[in-house]
Design a protein around this ligand. Sequence first.
Ligand code: TYM
Length: 329
Amino acid sequence: MDIVVSGIRSTGKLHLGNYFGALKNFIKMQHENKCYFFIADYHSLTTHPTPENLHGSVKQVLAEYLACGLDPEVATLYIQSDLPEIPELYLLLNMNAYLGELERCTSFKEKIRKHPNNVNAGLLTYPTLMAADIIIHRAHKVPVGKDQEQHLEMTRTFANRFNRLYNVEYFPEPVAYNFGEELVKIPGLDGSGKMGKSEGNAIYLSDDPETIRKKVMKAVSDSGPTEPNQPKPEAIQNLFTIMKVVSTPDTYAYFDDKYNTCQIRYGDLKKQLAEDITRFTDPFREKIEAILADNKYLSDVAEMGAEKARQSASQTIKEVREIIGFRRF
Ligand code: TYM
């Protein structure tokens, strides 16, 4: 049976990109594999949240995991900071992670560009922490969106390097996984790039219908095609890409045809898109609220998950320490 690990940073609420890029696959995989899904709260510290924000975000993401259908009795659902074995493995991996390769990482370069005043060591070593998250359970598959591809490549590098250095075949090579399909990238509503929490272009699973409608109606579009069967400009393609995941194939085909015959009215497309997103997120919103109100349930889930996850993590750390040479006399 394959071991599956994945997580989402606790930097606020989950958006459609998180759902279609990762969460949907987590949920599909939980019954056929040994699955570990966690909330990456250590990772969120790179942006210095207040204690209240950190606490609130972890709770929100846990409630959202559960509302979307992650079953804590089936999968192991836990909070990263409940496993001291993860920072221990992170420390060990950092000893064999080189400045050059960490500095070359695209997400690090992007952070330097966007936040030149907060280039902390946590950002630089983000890929080793992520590798520790994954290999702490000796995972085979990691369901993630396209933006995490390079991090997975680095995870394989660190895992292989450990095996080579100590002449063992201990860590498997984990792969980014999407059921044999291309990894997913859900675009934002601002005309370019991906949907992201920090980009201000996201629709959240917990958004109410009016918020969704306003966001979609304001999404970037253009004045429409002037010739039939032309490729769609990026902003328009983005709306179609979101439509592809939330609307029926018939709806998608209808608007695609309108576009190709230059009869498209973006107001109509956006109205339909907002309705379809709302229909999709409606059941989640109510469940998220109900679960958020139940602290006892959330605490029990976190407690049970931590216990199960630590069994696997402590076994790995025990073996890794032995391999490295931390041994009793
Ligand atoms: P994060 O928290 O940014 O995103 C969580 C997951 O959602 C996916 N995702 C998207 N997929 C498609 N389109 C989008 N617009 C989009 N936005 C986000 C991400 O690919 C990811 O799968 N470093 C990770 C969290 C992490 C992790 C791990 C993941 C920490 N340790 C170990 C897997 C395994 C991150 O920041 O994802």
